[in-house]
Design a protein around this ligand. Structure first.
Ligand code: ADP
Ligand code: MG
Length: 250
């Protein structure tokens, strides 16, 4: 799914977190978004996902404007988000956490489940199977029936990803998915992301570890103080004097 962000801004208390940002990510591209702390990366994701409303500007998915839609309606259009701060539902098992992700995007969703309509049972079984597949894909099969809060940090991060994948996104926003992961877990994540890209998913990846993103990304957008200061292939961005000055260091 193609993403078009046009001239989007958002200020907090008069200070811009994101300012006049435009970017176009063609379908199937893996785009890295990098920039120093406070550059506006997470805010940009929230403006795309609909967790925050923009002060002005437009967001379109395959040419369809979505900037007026709330987050859950954008999710139905195919946006999946893995937030920077882990948000598992405590008291639910890992499997149940992932099933919530699937419910969020089925038409029947929570209402059918709550009312226990006859079609609920069939749908529930399908969702459960889908959720188990997503857990398996993110290396969490063995954790399926454990309470989410008992999972180690790395597995909690993987659980966020499993939940997002279970919603069958066509545009996936990953906000620092490798943070807190050990080297082996990072490698597993890199392989998974590469696989998702190969399936044609459009991916936006925010990551602190520049080497990690440079290896995976087709193109890189650099934010600084809420603005786009550079965009290009990893090699172009690495050589850009503005990027070196603002971020990468001499
Ligand atoms: P990044 O993810 O690149 O580190 P953020 O998008 O989290 O940056 O933050 C960008 C700027 O916006 C920062 O200065 C931050 O303090 C500010 N900011 C982000 N969210 C809020 C908020 N909800 N209220 C006030 N300021 C915010
Ligand atoms: Mg952030």
């Amino acid at each position: 799914m193609k993403l078009t962000v046009d001239n989007v801004s958002r200020a907090f208390g008069g200070v811009y977190a994101v300012r006049d940002v435009s970017l176009t990510v063609p379908s199937g591209e893996l785009r890295a978004i990098i920039g120093p702390n406070g550059a506006g990366k997470s805010t940009l994701f929230a403006l795309i996902g609909g967790q925050l409303a923009a002060d002005h500007g437009t967001v379109a998915l395959d040419g369809q404007p979505v900037e007026r839609l709330p987050a859950h309606r954008r999710a139905r259009h195919g946006i999946g988000v893995v937030f920077q701060a882990a948000r598992t539902f405590p008291g639910l098992t890992a499997l149940e956490n992932v099933m919530v992700g699937a419910h969020a995007t089925t038409r029947a969703g929570f209402l059918t489940a709550a009312l226990r309509l006859p079609r609920h049972h069939r749908e529930e079984r399908l969702i459960r199977e889908r959720a188990l597949t997503c857990l398996d894909r993110t290396g969490l099969a063995d954790w399926a029936h454990r309470p989410a809060e008992e999972l180690p940090l790395g597995q909690q991060r993987a659980l966020q990803l499993a939940r997002a994948l279970c919603g069958r996104p066509r545009l996936l926003l990953l906000d620092e998915p490798a943070s807190g992961l050990r080297a082996a877990e990072r490698e597993h994540l890199a392989t998974l992301i590469t696989g998702l890209r190969a399936e044609g998913l459009t991916i936006l990846l925010v990551e602190h570890d520049v080497a990690f993103v440079m290896r995976l990304a087709d193109r890189v957008t650099v934010l600084d103080l809420g603005r786009v200061i550079a965009e290009g292939t990893p090699a172009e961005v690495r050589a850009d004097p503005r990027v070196i000055a603002a971020y990468l260091g001499p």
